[in-house]
Ligand binder design. Structure first.
Ligand code: SAM
Length: 289
């Protein structure tokens, strides 16, 4: 495990300066690393997908406690370090890739022992959460460390200015368990804000889970697109957003659905709860046949 001195020594040895643009804040607290490992109750049958391993602060203990770790890192410099530092582990699969470009559904949807564990690059937190839900809707837990502001935002409910697509998908997907906060001094370089560890647990009994379990991944993307159109201009009404979109032909269907569900035609997207969005979507799908 890494502490500040070891982290600085490794970065110096490889002449690497952390890139802010890639959200490179490396964990340097052995206590926090241990806690992350503990809350995941790892066993030697677990197959871990790690996003953004950096110089391996979490990767090494994951390798020691799980069957296999697949780690996706965008920065080639980190790959060089990881290949050297973790050369003795035969259960590591390291990929140099932008996680947003990886087809997770294709690669991992059949693996029942899959666990996602990541200290996320802050600049794409929401995108990654959306991607995990849409591409791996059958995965039971995602353990994600993220900046506190991002954690607050993805947990928002309706009637809040920053409520949006990620929060809706997450609310429908399952339960978010707050685990612990991580002070800024547990990272190098030190970020301006503290971080938070969340355990996102799928609710296998929800209508949402059951629906997407039976249907294909494309249909979740369809639901996500439905939300994106609905939120294209958050100050406009839901109907107006649809009218202005390339799917304007479906506005009359939406009107009928809003009537049926007794939702005011002037409602703005940010006023609609996740559960209501889900009902609107299902009803529209019914009308379309
Ligand atoms: N896991 C390490 C740790 O806890 O010390 C590093 C975490 S750091 C917050 C985020 C890592 O994600 C960095 O190593 C960064 O290079 C990597 N990263 C940033 N954007 C990425 C992307 N699009 N795909 C994969 N990795 C990315």
């Amino acid at each position: 495990m890494q502490n500040l001195k070891q982290t600085q020594a490794i970065l110096e040895q490889y002449k690497v300066l952390p890139k802010k643009s890639l959200g490179q804040n490396f964990l340097i607290s052995e206590r926090i690393i241990k806690k992350v490992i503990e809350i995941n109750n790892l066993t030697k049958t677990d197959h871990i997908l790690e996003i953004g391993p950096g110089i391996g602060a979490l990767t090494k203990p994951l390798l020691e406690n799980a069957k296999q770790v697949d780690a996706y890192e965008i920065d080639k410099r980190m790959i060089t370090i990881l290949q050297d530092q973790l050369a003795s582990f035969s259960n590591l699969n390291l990929f140099q890739a932008d996680i947003l470009e990886v087809n997770l559904g294709y690669l991992y949807s059949e693996i029942s022992t899959l666990k996602i564990i990541a200290n996320l690059p802050y600049y794409i937190t929401s995108k990654i959460v959306e991607k995990l839900i849409c591409e791996l809707p059958d995965c039971n837990t995602f353990c994600l460390m993220m900046q506190k502001e991002a954690a607050d935002r993805i947990l928002l409910r309706e009637n809040h200015a920053k409520y949006g697509v990620t929060a809706i998908l997450l609310a429908l997907f399952g339960q978010v368990v707050y685990k612990f906060d991580v002070p800024a001094n547990c990272f190098y370089p030190r970020p301006k804000v503290k971080s938070r560890v969340l355990l996102i647990k799928r609710n296998p009994n929800s209508m949402f889970s059951q629906y997407f379990h039976k249907n294909s991944e494309n249909q979740i993307q369809d639901f996500k697109q439905f939300l994106e159109i609905s939120f294209s201009m958050r100050r406009k009404t839901l109907l107006n957003n649809w009218k202005k979109s390339e799917y304007s032909a479906q506005t009359s269907v939406l009107e009928q659905v809003l009537n049926k569900l007794e939702i005011d035609q002037k409602t703005r997207p940010e006023q609609i709860s996740p559960e209501e969005f889900w009902k609107i979507y299902l009803n529209m799908a019914d009308y379309k046949g």
